[in-house]
Design a protein around this ligand. Structure first.
Ligand code: ZN
Length: 82
């Protein structure tokens, strides 16, 4: 399991076994709920909310995973396996 500590706000990101990000509230360290997800730009942008604190955190995970997989698929097809 990878753990990344952000410089700003000491928000802790954890990658669970199934590949989803888990956000922990910088105030109370409770696991945050996914509030909004936007991959329309090909980037994995998410907003998480801690309901007790009403704390919102925006996360940019960069290029969305499905986009990477899609590109990899296209490249595999270009090579042509017959
Ligand atoms: Zn909180």
């Amino acid at each position: 399991m990878a753990i990344v500590k952000e410089a700003a706000g000491a928000v802790v990101k954890e990658v669970a076994a199934h590949g989803e990000w888990r956000m922990k509230c910088p105030k109370c360290t409770q696991e945050m709920d996914l509030y909004e997800k936007d991959t329309s730009s090909g980037r994995d942008m998410r907003t998480y909310v801690c309901r007790p604190c009403k704390e919102y955190v925006d996360v940019d995970n960069g290029v969305a995973l499905w986009q990477v997989l899609h590109d990899a698929n296209d490249k595999a097809r270009e090579k042509g396996s017959g």
